[in-house]
Design a protein around this ligand. Structure first.
Ligand SMILES: *[C@@H]1O[C@H](CO)[C@@H](O)[C@H](O)[C@H]1NC(C)=O
Length: 210
């Protein structure tokens, strides 16, 4: 039985999918609402999803405090911090995706009222989330997402960026914006979920969204 289990797990290794995005970015909102969320449950068992809210930002430590500067202004940094805190609550990937989809569909994902609404709706601990975002814990978590984002090679140029098994590939990136599930399907080996049936990789025009 042990042998069988080891064999079984050896080809069930999940595909690592990392999504680098930012709170106030229309392309991130669009990717989450139209690509990640609709079929997430169909592919959830085949991927290990890592959500990294930070995007095109910079962070520096000054006099022992973190300072952040974000592409769409200070509100975006706060929004990214709320999501960093939410994702640190270990609610499980499905709830995380539900929450992130909920908040990224709001006109203003950085608004605390919207964050609280989505947290309550998906039973995330809104009080813990708020105290995280109002403490050094929130700074620390956002800075850690910043470090992850700045580790990308090449540096992030388009938000959102989707990385498979830790290696950026421009073709996969371009295809993912058009049909994320098709790219996931092309990268998982052995038995594929039924959502993959008949799904072909889209053309990879390097123009972001069409
Ligand atoms: C990313 O950008 C920083 C700052 O502009 C630069 O120092 C660094 O070499 C870049 N990293 C890569 C992998 O290109």
């Amino acid at each position: 039985h042990l042998f069988y289990s080891l064999f079984f797990f050896s080809f069930q290794v999940a595909l690592n999918v990392s999504l680098y995005y930012e709170a106030m970015c229309p392309d991130s909102m669009r990717f989450i609402a139209t690509q990640l969320f609709p079929h997430y449950r169909d592919i959830a068992n085949y991927i290990d999803l890592e959500l990294v809210p930070y995007g095109k930002a910079i962070h520096n430590q000054k006099d022992g405090r973190w300072e952040f500067s974000c592409q769409h202004g200070p509100a975006e940094c706060k929004g990214n911090m709320y999501q960093s805190c939410a994702l640190s609550l270990n609610s499980g990937a499905e709830k995380d995706v539900d929450f992130v989809n909920c908040i990224m569909r709001k006109r203003n994902p950085s608004h605390l009222g919207n964050v609280e609404f989505c947290a309550r709706r998906f039973q995330l601990d809104a009080e813990k989330l708020k105290s995280c975002a109002n403490s050094e814990e929130g700074d620390r978590l956002l800075a850690a997402n910043g470090d992850k984002t700045w580790e990308l090679d090449p540096n992030i140029s388009f938000v959102p960026t989707i990385v498979y098994d830790g290696v950026f590939d421009q073709t996969s990136q371009d295809q993912s914006l058009r049909d994320f599930v098709a790219v996931v399907c092309s990268k998982i080996v052995e038995a594929k979920p039924t959502v993959c049936d008949g799904r072909r990789l889209p053309k990879a025009n390097h123009w972001g969204y069409y």
